[in-house]
Design a protein around this ligand. Structure first.
Ligand code: SAM
Ligand code: DTB
Ligand code: SF4
Length: 349
């Protein structure tokens, strides 16, 4: 079978046609393409850590960390480098191959940068991939991150250019694209996606995917977040989206960016196992593991391990990383978890 082409010329009518396909046809198409490029029974696992929490000057209506909203968040200064490395070690022990560090900044300052660079070097030394999300970057900052050995920069476009100013008023879509261009030019991998459930239309979702897929290279990682509605933010009472519509977004992302990792990102805590299983069927092949995202809850690791076992899905090892002892330890932990679950099921019965 010939491989699906990697295209950068997606147009709105054809993308809307994908969104309007009968559900089964869409999922079949996405899964067929997924199998051309990936092992369907593997997911890449990343872990998040907020290295600087709250008091962000930006006004993003979904975000619990914006200084503009009172969400009762415990604010924290930039964490110490050693604390960050200890958290990365714990993430590695649960099978995570990438450690993502997020800061509630409009952009990093000259004072912050040396600490962030040390964090990157320290996490890399553990044999993990590194990702940071620090807000807007200058060209020099993008190069400094690359020189420190950073693998991925996360910078989400979040929604369509048209809907952006309804949600974010303190920076522009153009600025986001500029940072992505600096990141690419510095030779870093890009992690960029968006959020569903902010009151956007299906056209906005299609336009977000067109922005991402029509970049000169597709982002290597595309996180699709389901809005976590946090009390105190302007979107706290937004209506839930239909879970099938969330799955459609993942499927269309998979079809448009066949080689990218599509991450079933924020919102899994509020999602049942069946919806998550459909997400994997639609081509999602990356998740965040660990009981916290940045500031909100994520499923307990035991729950995630149990789900992956039920579905026969394995955590993906780094391609360039052959630590067999580490892999064996993860597999042993998963088997033990499986046995405990079975034992619990038997005692309950
Ligand atoms: N300040 C940096 C920035 O905005 O680029 C990095 C941190 S920011 C928290 C990273 C991303 O988290 C946002 O772009 C958004 O996609 C996601 N996010 C924030 N709050 C969220 C929420 N309540 N639900 C889902 N995703 C959220
Ligand atoms: C992404 O797309 N989602 C992550 C990560 N990239 C940085 C962040 C989700 C944050 C959810 C809300 C919170 O926990 O504060
Ligand atoms: Fe700040 Fe990022 Fe939250 Fe916007 S999304 S308020 S920039 S932390």
């Amino acid at each position: 079978m010939s491989l699906s082409a990697i295209r950068h010329n997606w147009a709105l009518p054809e993308v809307m046609e994908l969104f309007q396909l009968p559900f089964n046809d869409l999922i079949f198409k996405a899964q067929t393409i997924h199998r051309q490029y990936f092992n369907t029974n593997e997911v890449q696992i990343s872990t998040l850590l907020s290295i600087k929490t709250g008091s962000c000057p930006e006004d993003c209506k979904y975000c619990p960390q914006s200084v503009h909203y009172n969400t009762g968040l415990d604010k924290e200064k930039l964490l110490e480098v050693q604390k960050v490395i200890a958290k990365a070690k714990a993430a590695k022990a649960i099978g995570s191959t990438r450690f993502c560090m997020g800061a509630a900044w409009k952009h990093p300052t000259a004072k912050d940068m040396p600490y962030v660079l040390e964090m990157i070097k320290g996490v890399k030394a553990l044999g993990m991939e590194t990702c940071v999300t620090l807000g807007r970057l200058s060209q020099d900052q993008a190069h400094a991150l690359a020189d420190a050995g950073l693998d991925y920069y996360n910078h989400n476009l979040d929604t369509s250019p048209e809907f952006y100013s309804h949600i974010i008023t303190t920076h522009t879509y153009g600025e986001r694209l500029q940072t992505l261009a600096y990141v690419r030019e510095a030779g870093l991998k890009i992690c960029s996606g968006g959020i569903l459930g902010m009151g956007e239309s299906v056209i906005d979702r299609a336009k977000l995917l067109i922005q991402l897929a029509n970049l000169s290279e597709h982002p290597e990682s595309v996180p699709i977040n389901n809005l976590v509605k946090v009390k105190g933010t302007p979107l706290e009472n937004e209506s839930d989206i239909e879970p099938f519509d969330f799955i459609r977004m993942l499927a269309v992302a998979r079809i448009m960016m066949p080689k990218s990792y599509v991450r079933l990102s924020a919102g899994r805590q509020q999602m049942n196992e069946q919806t998550q299983a459909l997400a994997f069927l639609a081509g999602a092949n990356s998740i965040f593991c660990g009981d916290k995202l940045l500031t909100t809850a994520n499923p307990q690791i035991e729950k995630d391990q149990a789900l992956l076992i039920k579905l026969g899905i394995r955590p993906k090892q780094r391609q360039d990383y052959s630590d067999e002892v580490h892999q064996a330890a993860i597999e042993q932990a998963i088997i033990e978890q499986h046995q405990t679950n079975m034992l619990n099921d038997t005692t309950k019965a």
